[in-house]
Design a protein around this ligand. Sequence first.
Ligand SMILES: C[S@@+](CC[C@H](N)C(=O)[O-])C[C@H]1O[C@@H](n2cnc3c(N)ncnc32)[C@H](O)[C@@H]1O
Length: 327
Amino acid sequence: MPSGIIPILRRVRRSKSSAQATRILYTGVELGVFEALKGTDEPQPAGAVAQERALDRQGAYRLMRALASLGLLAEDEKHCFSLTEAGELLLEDHPMSLRGVARLEEGPAHYEVWKYLGNLVREGVPPNGFQREFGHDVFAHLEQDPAYAQRFNEAMTSLSRLESAQVKALLGDKAFEDVEHVCDVGGGHGHLLCTLLEDAPGTRGTVLELSEVVNAQEGHRHEQMGLTDRVDFVVGDFFEGVPSADAYLMKHILHDWSDDECIQILSSIRQAVSEGARLFVCELVIPGPDRSHLSKLFDMHMMLATTGRERTVEEYDELFAKSYQSS
Ligand SMILES: C[S@@+](CC[C@H](N)C(=O)[O-])C[C@H]1O[C@@H](n2cnc3c(N)ncnc32)[C@H](O)[C@@H]1O
């Protein structure tokens, strides 16, 4: 066997076992293993966690050993377990919690939808995986399944915890200097908008969202951050129209839609804006073939769940040019 094959074999093996790793991580979250270890002063035997969470003793030990092997728990000589720094990120109340992302991405709906990947590559989209499994698209699913909506919104807020700080650093403190009103189009629970407005006391904001997100209220950031006097939530459909504002934010919106649908959304914004308004778009951007990148993997999810896709810089340029020409 040529020696160069070993690292290649290891690489393929790692890709294969990452599917097992996400399933193990998800099961630990769903069964409450991380929560059971929260705030314990001493490492705990698996039996104590099994008793607290009504799990099989042996099953709990084997799962926790696997979680320790992933670096999410630490196992000591006595086979007792504690949370690692990485495992703490899976606690619900951690300020940077990623629990929502884990629960959405490996949860029951996405688990069903991913089985269609081969069909989509063979037959093309539409219909995408959501349409094949549930007969409707992902946003209709949010409306019809409150448990899915809860997972989805928790995951969006989870991701925003990481991204809002990055966007804020990128935009700097002058982005909203002369902006009176900013609208976050499809702004979820308002995490990004509230983070940006925290240090822009002269600016007010509106989150435009679907009724189930606005009416659910749970998790809305303006209440948690004391910004209810400057931030409001309005129900609307960005294909129909958006509130008038002098700046717009769109984070992870365009990637959900086909070029034609994006052009419709951009056209709703154009119809509402005054001269000189600004639009800030935040998306993953697909880099060239020489780089391995999350966006190339996440694009598979976009194919399964939406009519959209992740795009390269050139594809975004082309999309904005087409939108401009169509106005
Ligand atoms: C991928 S999420 C992004 C949420 C948020 N911008 C973020 O980055 O966390 C897409 C959002 O678009 C909202 N949405 C989908 N269709 C919509 C429509 N027609 N009008 C308004 N909002 C919509 C969804 O409810 C969802 O919150």
